[in-house]
Write a protein that binds this ligand. Structure first.
Ligand code: HEC
Length: 98
């Protein structure tokens, strides 16, 4: 399953180019810029079975602005179904775009 996801993400990355999102974690500079299409696919694969609505769960993320919410998610998600830094970056961008 994990291998399928990686392959799907790679194909999406090639197919979609990179619609960069302003959010940068400030670390892991070797990562690709956040990509909304990869984020949508990642969310569907890793989160949607429990959180059907990305918009709804994103509204519950604490923080006054997107930067604060992104930081909160960057702390929370490694232990919550998004251990991979690239997948996490893409999912965070997708969530904040909802
Ligand atoms: C197996 C079910 C499951 C999966 C998969 C899952 N979550 Fe969750 N999530 C939960 C549950 C249950 C809670 C509430 C309890 C807790 O905070 O852990 C939660 C809490 C959260 C919260 C905090 C909301 C709040 O009210 O504090 C966020 C944000 C979140 N999840 C995002 C995600 C994202 C993004 C993914 C995918 C990377 C994901 N979740 C995958 C079950 C899941």
């Amino acid at each position: 399953m994990q291998r399928c996801l990686a392959a799907a993400a790679a194909i999406l990355a090639i197919a979609s180019g990179s619609a960069a999102f302003a959010y940068e974690a400030g670390k892991a500079d070797e990562l690709l810029p956040a990509d909304l299409e990869r984020g949508e696919a990642g969310y569907a694969a890793d989160c949607a079975e429990c959180h059907a609505s990305a918009a709804r769960i994103t509204r519950r993320v604490p923080g006054d602005d997107d930067e604060a919410r992104a930081e909160w998610l960057e702390e929370f998600l490694p232990e919550h179904f998004a251990p991979d830094a690239q997948v996490r970056r893409d999912i965070i961008a997708y969530m904040l775009a909802q």
